[in-house]
Design a protein around this ligand. Sequence first.
Ligand SMILES: [Zn+2]
Length: 235
Amino acid sequence: MSFARRFSNFIFGSSCLGCGFYAEKLDPWLCPKCREELLSLGKDPFFPQEDVVCLYAMNALTRRLIHALKYQHMPGLASYLVKQSAACRGGGVYQWFCSFKKPFLLIPVPLHSSRLRERGYNQTDKIAYALANQIQGKPFHGVARRSFSESQTRLSLRERQCNVAGAFQIKKSFPKEKATCIIVDDVYTTGATTGACTYAILQEKEIDIKVCTLLFEKPVSAALDFVADSDIEWD
Ligand SMILES: [Zn+2]
């Protein structure tokens, strides 16, 4: 949190990022009620597939927080969310990671360069650094996004999955030693994005790959699924 915001909160109090209500005490973004809700959600990570863990379910609170992380210039929320989750030392996700071969290479899903310029940071990068701190891993920027201009709007889920398969490429050599790659993203919906990253890495090197995202969002219908992919995964 910036000094200006801290100072302003100290003098004037502030509104909670979760519920929007004024609160005298924020911790540092949430009122006690929202923080309690977040802690409770954080105790219940979700494994949509064997090698994939999502630290939180998507609900109104986590949706607002991820939105703020991405669009309200609050990169510090990445570390905050990781620290309240089961990825902390002793938590269930931490234990899960400990069962894999070290060292851990944390690979943030790269943003489109235009988005990166606009936003000033890649939120998945921030999540990867926060996770690396918790599980003693090392961020590794070994994957780049290929330019991908074809509009996705009229394609079916299957067609989009085919299209996304070649969306990434390797930009630097992976270490020769045995390791576990952990692909890091903000939201897991269909798995198309992280699946494409996995595909690119496996073309380069035979290595164990896991996926960790902050949130899980269930694809309720093809339409909602597309909105989620466009809004969250395709930026
Ligand atoms: Zn609140």
